[in-house]
Design a protein around this ligand. Structure first.
Ligand SMILES: [Zn+2]
Length: 100
């Protein structure tokens, strides 16, 4: 009887240790996940800022250099310099106007 109780207590202790280990492992995983989420949030924020910047650039560049109105990519003439950098943007019509 006494032996059985001891064995029982021993098992219980083992179970508790096992449980404790599993809880600790889970908490560790949770902490890692939280770190990962924080990193991703940071990356998302960077990415969002890049997108905003890109949009700002687009908004600024996509204007016709002759009439100063917004350009439609379908109706756009891009003038590049010798280095291949985009220098001017025109509507097709405005571009043709330049040579009249
Ligand atoms: Zn134009």
């Amino acid at each position: 009887m006494l032996e059985r109780m001891e064995t029982g207590e021993h098992l219980n202790q083992e179970n508790q240790d096992d449980l404790k280990e599993r809880v600790e492992a889970t908490l560790y995983k949770l902490r890692e996940l939280r770190k990962r989420v924080a990193e991703l949030k940071c990356k998302c924020e960077e990415f969002r800022e890049m997108e905003v910047q890109r949009f700002e650039n687009l908004k600024n560049t996509l204007r016709c250099d002759k009439c100063k109105h917004k350009l439609d990519p379908e109706d756009e003439v891009i003038i590049k310099d010798a280095n291949g950098e985009e220098r001017s943007h025109y509507h097709r019509e405005c571009f043709q106007e330049l040579f009249k």
